[in-house]
Structures are given as structure tokens and as C-alpha cells.
Design a protein around this ligand. Structure first.
Ligand SMILES: *Cc1c(COP(=O)(O)O)cnc(C)c1O
Length: 319
């Protein structure tokens, strides 16, 4: 069966994003290399527009809507980075956007989403179902629902992060990518394996929520309860069917890291590399630096996926 996306889709996304998304830097740290016993190349999507790679997939999806769809606008349900990615992409493409967010979402996130010109539709987290609200809005207003990961245009857009990294740093032995619903890793695996067929692509999940690892090993999608972890961008209960098809075909292994290892990685990034990385954004970095993988002497690509964390929470975690 053909995969839901091909390298041509990632390459087309890369052209759509040219001059719109940032080409994020690839940073090195000799101290990190010493700790890992390997050469680490950090692709820093915490410096992407709106602070995470999600802008890539959102823009790639919105840019492919028809004129009529664009005029009616888009809906997303998310309290996190996908919402902001869709809101910013909609603003740049002059489309209306409605973002469904829980009424207790952090004020900074609500303000950021409104700041991009999106309408925030709030709901009671414990009384209502955001998916139902999102679908109702879409039906009532003729808006297009933009899913956070299980969509070919979103997956292809996210893959541009690895496309840039692997073009800039040839001969990587391993690529480490964090994993929630699998949009990022599926796009990245398609790009990385096309450009460097020998590369091993390894997904990194929070220990508390290893549903993808379980799914990967059993060959069918496993659904779990919402995991308790500080990696809020990876609190998904299950992967999508489209992302899973790519994961099964192209990903070599899936590993987990603990919340304590995430905090260590965030602290390292802040103190040694002078950067703010959100807990989910540190998953791949934690896997590279916590010694659990056989990486000795290898060249490792590490995707740092985002940097959006409430500054008070950040201080509490790393302080
Ligand atoms: C969404 C998100 C992830 C997980 O991405 P998926 O495509 O759902 O696997 C990881 N890190 C950050 C910062 C995110 O916003």
C-alpha cells in the first residue's frame, strides 16, 4: 500500500514555506557532545515562528485550501502549539480562524491566539467535548477543520524540519524525533530516509505515555488514558492511522524518557546553550543525552520541537 505522503509532498511543502517559515538554525554544543559521547546536531524549532514546528504543517495545509474554503476559514481545537500555528498561518493567508480552547487555558496562550487575529471559542473542559464543538463550528459556518497531526498536508509540512536538517548535515547516522500524534516524525522520516537511506529514525515518547511504542511493537494502534507528564504536547492517547502507517514503514525504533530526564535536558539547554525549550521540545534531546541509547561516536540529528512554556513554570522546573 502506498504511504499517505511521499518525498514529493515534503519537497512541495518546502517550496510553499520558503520565505514564510524560518529556516531554523542547527546548533552544536561540545559539552553536549561530551555527555552523549557522540556528535549532536540540534535542529532548533523552538526558534520557529510562533515558537514550534507546528507552523510548518499548519501553513502547508492552509495554503492548499481552495479560494472558497479560504474565505469561509478554518477551525482547530487545541490548547497548544497547533492552535497558534493555525492562527498565525490563517492571519498570513488572510483567512478567518476559530480556535476551540478550554475556558481554563493559560491566559498567555489565549492572548497569543487572539493576537494572531483568531476567534477563541472557549468551552468547559469537563462538561463539553472539543471535537464535537469543532465539528459543529465547521458544519455551521462551512469552515474547514485542520487536524493537529493526522492529515497528509500537515505531515508533509512538518517533514520540512528534517528536510532542512538532513540537507544541511549530511551523513547523519541517527535522527531523534519527539512523538505525540506522529505528525512530525512521519514527515521527518519520509524526508530523512529519502535523502539518506542509511539513517536510523528513532521516535521519543514520554515514559508515562508510551502508546506509540506499544502500537509499534504490537502492530496495531493502542489507545491509552491521557498520560500524566510534563510533556503536554505529547499527551496524546493514540497515534493517527495515517501517521501510524508511516511510522510502521519508516521508523526504526521508539524509546521513552522520564520527566526527570526532560527537566535535565531543559536545564542543560538553558544553562549551556542559552535557550528556552518546552518540556515536549526536550524529548529527543533527553534521549540523546541520558545515555540510554547506543550512540557512541555517531552523528546524531536531534529535533528540538518547541519553546513555548510559561516562564514561571519554566523557572520552577529548571530552578
Ligand atoms: C505537537 C508537538 C509535538 C508532537 O508532535 P506530533 O506531530 O503530534 O507527534 C512535539 N513537540 C511540540 C513542541 C509540539 O508542539
Amino acid at each position: 500500500m502506498p504511504l499517505p505522503i511521499t518525498y514529493a509532498d515534503v519537497a512541495a511543502a518546502q517550496e510553499r514555506l520558503a520565505g514564510v517559515a524560518h529556516r531554523t538554525p542547527v546548533l552544536r554544543s561540545s559539552t553536549a557532545d561530551e555527555i552523549a559521547g557522540a556528535k549532536l546536531f540540534f535542529k532548533c524549532e523552538n526558534f520557529q515562528r510562533m515558537g514550534a514546528f507546528k507552523f510548518r504543517g499548519a501553513y502547508n495545509a492552509l495554503a492548499q485550501l481552495s479560494k472558497e474554503q479560504g474565505e469561509k476559514g478554518v477551525v482547530a481545537y487545541s490548547s497548544g502549539n497547533h492552535a497558534q500555528g493555525v492562527a498565525l498561518a490563517a492571519k498570513l493567508l488572510s483567512m478567518p480562524a476559530a480556535i476551540v480552547m478550554p475556558s481554563d487555558a493559560p491566559a498567555v496562550k489565549v492572548a497569543a491566539t487572539r493576537g494572531y487575529g483568531a476567534e477563541v471559542v472557549s468551552y468547559g473542559r469537563y462538561q463539553e467535548d472539543r471535537e464535537v464543538i469543532g465539528k459543529r463550528l465547521a458544519a455551521e459556518r462551512g469552515m474547514t477543520l485542520i487536524p493537529p497531526y493526522n492529515h497528509p498536508h500537515v505531515m508533509a509540512g512538518q517533514g520540512t524540519a528534517a528536510n532542512e536538517l538532513v540537507q544541511e548535515v549530511p551523513d547523519l547516522d541517527v535522527l531523534l524525533v519527539c512523538l505525540g500524534g506522529g505528525g512530525l516524525i512521519s514527515g521527518c522520516a519520509v524526508a530523512a530516509k529519502q535523502l539518506n537511506p542509511k539513517i536510523r529514525v528513532i521516535g521519543v515518547e514520554p515514559e508515562a505515555g508510551n502508546d506509540v511504542q506499544q502500537s509499534f511493537r504490537s502492530g496495531k494502534i493502542v489507545k491509552i488514558d491521557t498520560p500524566k507528564t510534563i510533556a503536554d504536547g505529547a499527551q496524546t492517547q493514540a497515534v493517527g492511522d495515517l501517521t501510524f502507517a508511516v511510522i510502521q514503514a519508516l521508523v526504526d525504533d521508539i524509546v521513552t524518557v522520564s520527566d526527570a530526564q526532560l527537566v535535565d535536558a531543559m536545564r542543560f539547554a538553558a544553562s549551556r546553550m542559552k535557550m528556552v525549550v518546552e518540556p515536549t521540545g526536550a524529548l529527543a534531546m533527553a534521549a540523546a543525552m541520558s545515555g540510554g541509547l547506543a550512540l557512541a561516536g555517531k552523528r546524531i540529528g536531534v529535533i528540538i520541537s518547541g519553546g513555548n512554556v510559561d516562564i514561571a513554570q519554566f523557572a520552577k522546573l529548571v530552578g
